[in-house]
Design a binder for this molecule. Structure first.
Ligand SMILES: NC(=O)C1=CN([C@@H]2O[C@H](COP(=O)(O)OP(=O)(O)OC[C@H]3O[C@@H](n4cnc5c(N)ncnc54)[C@H](OP(=O)(O)O)[C@@H]3O)[C@@H](O)[C@H]2O)C=CC1
Ligand SMILES: O=C1CO[C@H](CO)[C@@H](O)[C@@H]1O
Length: 318
């Protein structure tokens, strides 16, 4: 199956290109992840989001390499994103961390390497993702993200990644980074769904030629609790009925139309197909108003344990 021809191809500020819709893989664990990435390639996805922290880079790599072997895709057809976890922020560790991810994938480059969070942790071992101190609190480091970024710039020179970007940065952190960077971030990946639609941050990033990727685009649906409301409310279902789409598809379409790149996670074949099938309808201004009405600003991922860091990103409006 070829790439879904309707997915927009976005030109990044460093001249590279990225498919404007991707597959998330957080919590896609052993067995499921490889199959899901294979199913997604068959469904026309060409953009895959993972992270060292997700411990599934090897599975993503296996699925991609199998599809290359089968002649379905070439390496150049896919856009692979991974991320530097917080315990690797010391500039001395960055190259090694990226090489570890590449080894996990079994690939010689990724398309985009993101700094996962602006704050770092102390290093206590590659697999100690949340090192703790004697009081049981996560051990925050004081490494400045600008120093981490400078080390990430070298990864581009080394050919280990085509592009570099950030995740979970606020507007002030982005401007501070931009004023110090030799290579501009192409990307800021942030939590973005109807309850936290991030319109101000999207505009801020657009003005600086930085693409915003929407993580948790579906708000991590919980059918037992019927949360989030925008997935389970009749109002959104009714909009979907008009176009023969589900509430999830309406939400993903809304995110595309407000200027974000959604990366919904699914390991379910039907949902993988369903989620990317959103490029044949358009929401009206009235329907946008309905979706906008869910914007309470509430976060699913506040990362409270890092509030004491001077690089904690969620103390300002956006
Ligand atoms: N940079 C960062 O700090 C972060 C990045 N991310 C990235 O963003 C991705 C997406 O976010 P994530 O947290 O996974 O949350 P999502 O909002 O993508 O929700 C994923 C959940 O939605 C279910 N689902 C998928 N499609 C549908 C559908 N059509 N209808 C109903 N339910 C559906 C999935 O179930 P099932 O799999 O069973 O089908 C899964 O339980 C992550 O996987 C990760 O790659 C996420 C969080 C933080
Ligand atoms: O990428 C991520 C996936 O979600 C986690 C929280 O549940 C985050 O910690 C992390 O940044």
């Amino acid at each position: 199956m070829s790439a879904n021809p309707k997915v927009p191809i976005i030109k990044l500020n460093d001249g590279t290109k990225m498919p404007g819709f991707g597959l998330g893989t957080y919590t896609s664990l052993a067995g499921d992840c490889e199959r899901a990435v294979g199913d997604a390639i068959d469904a026309g996805y060409r953009h895959f989001d993972t992270a060292y922290f997700y411990e599934n880079e090897a599975e993503v790599g296996k699925a991609v390499k199998n599809k290359i072997k089968e002649g379905v895709i070439t390496r150049e057809d896919v856009f692979i994103v991974t991320k530097l976890w917080c315990h690797f922020h010391d500039p001395e560790r960055v190259e090694d961390a990226c090489r570890k991810s590449l080894k996990n994938f079994g690939l010689d480059y990724v398309d985009l390497y993101l700094m996962h969070w602006p704050y770092g942790y102390e290093y206590e071992g590659d697999n100690v993702m949340f090192p703790t101190n004697a009081s049981g609190e996560v051990s925050l480091s004081d490494v400045d993200y600008v120093d981490t970024w400078k080390a990430m710039e070298k990864l581009v020179e080394l050919g280990l990644t085509k592009s570099i970007g950030v995740s979970n940065f606020n507007s002030e952190q982005l401007d501070r980074l931009l004023s110090a960077a030799t290579i501009k971030p192409v990307h800021n990946q942030v939590e973005c769904h109807p309850a936290l639609n991030q319109k101000k941050l999207i505009k801020f990033c657009k003005d600086r030629d930085i693409v915003v990727t929407a993580y948790c685009p579906l708000g991590r649906p919980n059918p037992a609790k019927k949360t989030p409301n925008y997935i389970f409310d009749d109002k959104v279902k009714a909009i979907g009925n008009k176009y023969n789409k589900t509430a999830a598809q309406v939400v993903l379409r809304y995110l595309v139309e407000i200027g974000a790149v959604p990366i919904p996670k699914s390991v379910t074949k039907d949902r993988i197909k369903q989620n990317i099938d959103i490029f044949d309808f358009e929401l009206t201004p009235e329907e946008h108003k309905v979706l906008d009405s869910y914007n309470t600003g509430s976060r699913l991922i506040p990362m409270d344990h890092a509030r004491k860091s001077k690089y904690y990103p969620f103390n300002i409006e956006f």
